[in-house]
Design a protein around this ligand. Sequence first.
Ligand SMILES: [Zn+2]
Ligand SMILES: [Zn+2]
Length: 238
Amino acid sequence: MGSTQPSVWSAIRVTEPAGVNLAGVILDSEVLWFAATNTWIVAPERSGEAVVIDAPPDPGGIGRLLARYDLTPVALLLTHGHIDHMGGAESVRKLGAGVFVHPDDDYLTMDPVAQMRGLFGMVPPGEYLPPTQTIGLRHGMELRLAGVDFEVIHTPGHTPGHCCFLVRSEEWLFSGDQLFAGSIGRTDLPGGSFEQLAESMRDRVMPLADETRVLPGHGPETTIGTERKTNPFRGEWA
Ligand SMILES: [Zn+2]
Ligand SMILES: [Zn+2]
């Protein structure tokens, strides 16, 4: 789930689709499910292959986002195993995508129903299936997916297996629940560690260039430069 300030990210909606950037690579997102999770797609061109980043438990919403550009998902990158990011993973896998997730989050990824009980004390209506096949992420992995190169940056803290994904050619960082515009991921859920999150930020995220676009799991996008200057938690990783 979200940041240390749920009221901030739940109040903000990404209303404008990011659409097609100047270089021609499609980047777009939808805000899905009641946790208002951003699901992102990256694709070199229309009517081809796509990479999906995070899959909230709303297969219909993910399907509509892909249909907007007539895309077929070949890979699903999960930033972490929380239900609002992985609940739709099996549905995307069934469309033909490989599901990538860090094994340190298997205790979450493989038991979405237990997560729901833990978070809400009940299981809301709907189907919450774990992905039946996954591919393990490791820090430093370089993945060429749908013709786009992604670098895996393991950033434990929000969860032990949390990863960010860097598309160096475009200077895009998919930051999941590690870093938000003006906030950071909460660390009070089971497996969370504020010290680890601060360390991940200092050693692995903040060394990125100021121009890097930060495309988070909740709320609007930001840049590394903006967060370096203004993020209220910046003193923790200075
Ligand atoms: Zn989360
Ligand atoms: Zn979340």
